[in-house]
Design a protein around this ligand. Sequence first.
Ligand SMILES: Cc1ncc(COP(=O)(O)O)c(C=O)c1O
Ligand SMILES: N[C@@H](CCCC[NH3+])C(=O)O
Length: 444
Amino acid sequence: MYLHGSSRINDKGHLEIGGCDTVELAKQYGTPLYVLDERYIRERMKALKQAAAQSGLSMQVAYASKALSTLAICRIVDEEGLFLDVVSGGELFTAEQAGFPSKRIYFHGNNKSIDELEMALSMGIRLFVVDNFIEMELLETLAREKKQIVSVLLRITPGVEAHTHAYIQTGQEDSKFGFALTSGLAHQAARQAHRSPYLQLEGYHCHIGSQIFELEAFSVAIEKMAHFAYQLWNEESIPCKLFNVGGGFGIRYREDDYPPTPEAFVQTIAANIKHSFARFPEYPEVWLEPGRYLVGEAGTTLYTIGTIKEIPGIRTYVSVDGGMTDNPRPALYQAEYDAILANRASESKEQLVSIAGKCCESGDMLIWDISLPTVKTGDLLAVGSTGAYNYSMASNYNRLRRPAMVLVSDGKAELIVERESYEDLISHDRIPKRLKKRQSVELC
Ligand SMILES: Cc1ncc(COP(=O)(O)O)c(C=O)c1O
Ligand SMILES: N[C@@H](CCCC[NH3+])C(=O)O
């Protein structure tokens, strides 16, 4: 497994992250356990901000909190001075409770409810990324009622397909997201927003997919977006002051993944904006909004190995105490992960096994065919690059409890999400009176 950030193998042959021995972490906090390398998250944020500062454009970095939203993460994002992209009342509430400045929050989503819009308006967030006509009209009505002028970007689908997994492509025109470019809907939306006395159209947004390695996809999308923005400016004097290029920057899940560097992402985006927006009197302010890039590689999940089943000549199934409930990505997207035995990390790999989760689902497989030292019940397995879209997509299927999360740095581990208890699992259940438990046991 590629060792990211502060991860290393210590003298005992144990995986260490942020100066903390993972074997000790597992003993203290139990497994499954999400371990987050704080220093690495901060480094990634700083690296992207620095690349943005050197881009020759006015460029802001936002964090797409759908990748991982917790109070502590919001605090880190705030301390590092990034903007925050939220897509639900829940993410917004988390940011508010973490004391994240509302002027650096903006709201995405293709079906924001009235309650969510009102909550965001009352918090005075920086802007809304309007996804469709119904939302635009709703927002206008609410702004009129509140006598407010609300800043908006329009989410545009530029018809660009990034080369990534089909289910996580969002840039193509046949998409539930945004106003499609070639259909003329995007032009119509821009005119409508520009005319409204209650909306301040600041510019446009596009997001062409996730886990992208191909820089060319950004170049094509930017060119299309600039052409669109220029038509509206040139023919109808509708300005484009702000252009949000979305996220999607790919990361390393496996040894043989070679994602572009942050500098390469930013330089490609900046060069294309300078080229494509050259006809405007000035360049727009540019926003980037990656999620996975900032937190993905900083996360590692620790599992305890339980049962081992060998089907001679076919396969050895090694089951861990978590699975698709804490990491649904292999089941959803056939996502591939890498792992090591955290308690015997220096031993040579001599056995080919497949890692199974504990859910009652044949598809609950975390890794097919991985070489590990000969595995024993009780060993500790560490799966890398689980910081993004693991906890945030976790479920309680089979009534499994969602794991705890610790933030590690400089040899210290701090709990930032508690492990769910069995009581948590039933805390929202209610029993109708007619089904109440019997007071006395009747003999049948
Ligand atoms: C609109 C939008 N912005 C940002 C992101 C973050 O994507 P990623 O985590 O791949 O950077 C997503 C998710 O794909 C998204 O849909
Ligand atoms: N959830 C996806 C990414 C898409 C997210 C947002 N559009 C993943 O785990 O890869």
